[in-house]
Structures are given as structure tokens and as C-alpha cells.
Design a protein around this ligand. Structure first.
Ligand SMILES: C[S@@+](CC[C@H](N)C(=O)[O-])C[C@H]1O[C@@H](n2cnc3c(N)ncnc32)[C@H](O)[C@@H]1O
Length: 334
């Protein structure tokens, strides 16, 4: 399909992330100029027609980039414009997004949406106010969220001891993460256990590192000694110490994932990540929730990605999710 001839792009972001998003875009696409902005929504003017390929900009603050078809007064007009643009693509789909309750939300119509196919064209209708709708287009690619507005709309189960459950589930959906029953995750900053619970429910064993107490719902899967770990049933082992005191012996054999949710600086977390990867060379994948004091720190992302590259990770991505506040997910694979 030929892209519609538009010089405009819109980007959906977390409300509050507009400024760091614009800074990221000025480095990634220096010829794009910010044009119009509302909470969670920024448009850019490129100066020439934009291709679908140009939307492939790894901006951590961007949950969705679309070629903009413009502003309309009603949803029906926006859908009609998308249908006209995608008319001869029978497999195209339309996503809906809405600024509501101070959040830029995906509207899934209840429940998790079906995964789009790779290469599929997707229209997005964004409702900013009752009479302000925007229509946009993008193409689904492997590293893009499959969901409207990059928002899976996961609902935390009542038994989860923390919102960290949501952050892990969003990461799984956003990045399309795959786990196997033979995976062992070491998670730094595991208490009270939202992430551990989500992993155990998926059949994955966890070594949780944290001096703080775990919730009862996780304690029921706990083994008393790392040596008790067996195949067959997912287990949780609480390594009850600060990350800096964890030894190779604590980790044992077979750790495949490094995760961290510690409330520590990116420098501390990445230094621990490097140390854990040296202690457990079987680690192939990393998922870190980086906690920032100021969203402007995202300007340091090149340093974080360089550190992962120095550890031997070949693919790395920084991404803010709808469930994040001053946080970003840092994903890396060997
Ligand atoms: C946001 S909470 C983690 C939530 C947790 N991931 C969950 O799933 O419920 C941050 C945790 O990091 C832990 N933490 C902070 N510094 C740490 C360190 N140096 N080593 C281990 N844990 C640490 C704190 O004790 C706290 O429990």
C-alpha cells in the first residue's frame, strides 16, 4: 500500500512524557518539528511526505507513532477517513485510543485484543475531547505493541501483592516475550512479589533477591533451600539479602533471565546486571524496570544501551508503558 501523502505524524505517549518525547524525536528525526500538543498526544511536521518506514523510530517515550490523516469532529469521520486510506487492504484493522482520566488509554472493547499480523496496516482513532478526534495509520512490526495506543489494558488480579504484576504482564504483551518451563528468572527487588506471582503463574521458577518480606501468595511456592529446586513444578527461592551480597553459589545453575525492579539508580542496577551476568553466563535475557527521579534522564539512554552492549547483549530496547510513571522498561537479548 502507498502511504497517504502526509507530512504529519502523531505520537501517543504517557501524559507528562511529552517533553522528553520531543527531545528524543529531535535526535531521532531532526527534520520533524513539533506542531501541536495535548496531554499524551504530540504531532510533528516533517517538511516532506512521511513513509511508513520513517515511523520506525526507537523513541522510548512513544507508545505509538502514526502517519496523521488529521483532526475531525466525530469518530465516524475519523473511521471513514481510515477506511478510505486502507480501503484496498482487506485485512486492515482499526484501533481506538482515548485521553481519559488523565491517561492515554487504548480502548479494547473489553478483554485483550487479538494479535495483529506482521505487516498488517492498522488505523488508529484517537479521541482527545468529545469533539476532537484524530485519525492515523501505522504498520505492525515485530517490536511494536499489538494493542491500541500501546496499552494492553491488563487488569491486576486481586491476589497480586503489587502493581509490579501489571508491569511484567504489560512487558510480556508489548514486547511479545516468550518463556519456557526451563527458564529460571533472578529478580532483584522482588518483594512483595507481584512479578514473582506473574512468573510462577506462567510456570516459571524465580530466585527473588530482596531483604524485605514476600507476600503469603508467593510464600506458598517457596522452597527453603536453592538446592531443593527440582524440575516439574515452578518454585520460588527467596535470597533474602541486598543484591550486592548475592554470590555465584546463591544463583546455582541454569539462570536464564535477569530482572530487576529495585528502587536504585540506573547505574547501580546496570552494574549489578553486569555482575550477575558474569556470575551466571547462562543469562540470555534482561528485563529491568528503570526508576528515574526525572523523566528527562531518558536522555541518558545511549549510555544504558552501551552498557548492555558491553555485556554482550545484541538487541536492547528502552520503552515506557502505559502502566509506568517515572519508569521505563529496559529489555535486552543475547
Ligand atoms: C518496587 S519494590 C519491588 C516490587 C516487586 N518487584 C514486586 O514484584 O512486588 C522495590 C524493592 O526493591 C528492593 N530493593 C531496593 N534496593 C535493593 C537492593 N540493593 N537489593 C535488593 N533489593 C532491593 C526493596 O526492598 C523493595 O522491596
Amino acid at each position: 500500500m502507498n502511504p497517504p501523502a502526509t507530512e504529519f505524524v502523531f505520537v501517543l505517549t504517557n501524559p507528562g512524557s511529552e517533553k522528553p518525547l520531543k527531545n528524543e524525536m529531535s535526535a531521532l528525526r531532526p527534520d520533524w518539528r513539533p506542531a501541536y500538543q495535548r496531554r499524551g498526544f504530540v504531532t510533528f511536521k516533517a517538511g516532506a511526505a512521511v513513509s511508513f518506514a520513517a515511523l520506525d523510530a526507537p523513541a522510548a517515550c512513544a507508545r505509538r507513532l502514526c502517519l496523521s490523516l488529521g483532526k475531525m469532529a466525530t469518530r465516524d469521520e475519523a473511521v471513514r477517513l481510515i477506511d478510505e486510506a486502507l480501503g484496498f487492504c482487506p485485512k486492515s484493522i482499526v484501533h481506538h485510543a482515548r485521553y481519559h482520566d488523565r491517561k492515554m488509554k487504548g480502548v479494547s472493547g473489553g478483554g485483550i485484543m487479538k494479535l495483529p499480523e506482521l505487516g498488517q496496516f492498522i488505523g488508529t482513532v484517537v479521541e482527545l475531547r468529545s469533539n476532537e478526534f484524530w485519525a492515523g495509520l501505522h504498520r505492525h512490526l515485530p517490536h511494536l505493541s499489538p494493542d491500541s495506543a500501546g496499552d494492553a489494558g491488563c487488569v491486576m488480579p486481586p491476589e497480586s501483592p503489587s502493581r509490579a504484576w501489571l508491569k511484567l504482564e504489560e512487558a510480556i504483551r508489548f514486547f511479545g516475550l516468550k518463556f519456557s518451563a526451563s527458564d529460571i528468572v533472578v529478580e532483584l527487588g522482588c518483594a512483595p512479589g507481584g512479578v514473582a506471582l506473574a512468573l510462577l503463574e506462567r510456570g516459571i521458577s524465580v530466585i527473588g533477591v530482596d531483604p524485605a518480606d514476600m507476600a503469603a501468595v508467593v510464600r506458598s511456592s517457596t522452597i527453603e533451600d536453592r538446592g531443593e529446586a527440582t524440575d516439574g513444578r515452578p518454585w520460588f527461592w527467596h535470597c533474602r539479602k541486598p543484591a550486592a551480597l548475592v554470590s555465584k553459589r546463591d544463583l546455582g545453575h541454569g539462570v536464564t533471565w535477569f530482572m530487576s525492579d529495585m528502587n536504585q539508580t540506573p547505574e547501580v542496577v546496570l552494574a549489578e546486571c553486569a555482575r550477575f551476568c558474569r556470575m551466571a553466563p547462562t543469562i540470555r535475557s534482561v528485563l529491568i524496570t528503570l526508576k528515574l527521579t526525572d523523566l528527562g534522564q531518558v536522555a541518558e539512554k545511549a549510555q544504558w544501551l552501551d552498557k548492555l552492549s558491553a555485556m554482550g547483549f545484541t538487541t536492547a530496547r528502552l520503552q515506557q508503558f502505559s502502566v509506568h510513571h517515572k519508569e521505563f522498561a529496559l529489555l535486552a537479548f543475547k
